[in-house]
Design a protein. Structure first.
Length: 248
């Protein structure tokens, strides 16, 4: 594999990611916004519990935050699943269904991801940001490649190697875009929320393509040169042998 410095030579496009995010969303806006709204309805009461008990009863607030995070992970996985199917249909490929086990794996992986980022934030914030970026694509690997929790985190870590700074910039832009949805009477988030996930999906696909090209570059290809027959050794026939043959 190439080093982080080498990988920066082939990087992803943020503008392309936003463009594809918008186009994917508007191909099925009702599906994206509908599912996003459904999950948000379940999450809003938990957010209220989290805020209400944040001072008086922190353990309850923390538990509500954990459950809310699980719903958030499943919501993101749902947006990613619809996005993968839209992209597959555009390429003439068959869409596939995402079963309940995939969502359970996303919930478990999200729990591990939250622990990693939480520990990192306790360690002077910066490690939390670093690990948050490093493992940010875990649920895409679960939906796309049926990875387990540990494998998905590991694959995400490899995929993001060499792109941390640009991914940080991407997350800042996506966060600003997502927050802007709350400014449009609050309902704008039903549009900006799904698009934010689809922007990350585009970056995931771009990085996967770069990763595959790197693997093809470092795997030796079979030679296509024509085979040249080696001339055989000349047969030496003595005069005696010729005389014997002539007698017969």
């Amino acid at each position: 594999m190439a080093s982080g410095r080498d990988r920066m030579e082939d990087t992803f496009s943020i503008s392309k990611a936003f463009s594809e995010g918008f186009s994917t969303y508007f191909s099925k806006p009702l599906s994206f916004s509908g599912y996003y709204l459904l999950f948000t309805i379940f999450m809003l009461p938990l957010m209220g519990v989290q805020l209400f008990f944040s001072r008086g009863l922190p353990p309850v607030s923390y538990l509500a935050s954990m459950v809310n995070g699980i719903f958030g992970n499943i919501r993101s996985a749902t947006m990613a699943s619809i996005g993968f199917n839209v992209r597959a249909q555009e390429q003439g490929m068959e869409a596939r269904d995402t079963d309940i086990s995939t969502y359970l794996l996303c919930a478990l992986s999200g729990f591990l991801y939250s622990i990693l980022v939480g520990i990192g934030c306790v360690l002077f914030i910066i490690p939390g940001i670093y690990w948050g970026i490093k493992y940010m694509f875990y649920y895409f690997f679960i939906v796309d490649e049926d990875c387990g929790p540990i494998e998905a985190l590991s694959e995400s870590g490899d995929l993001t190697d060499g792109y941390k700074w640009k991914l940080l910039l991407l997350l800042i832009l996506v966060s600003i875009f997502g927050i802007s949805g709350y400014l449009i009477v609050g309902v704008g988030v039903l549009v900006t929320g799904p698009i934010s996930t689809l922007v990350l999906l585009s970056v995931y696909k771009q990085l996967k393509k770069i990763q595959q090209e790197e693997m093809d570059r470092y795997i030796p290809k079979p030679s296509t040169a024509p085979l040249i027959a080696t001339p055989s050794e000349p047969v030496v026939v003595s005069v005696t042998d010729v005389e014997i043959l002539e007698e017969y």
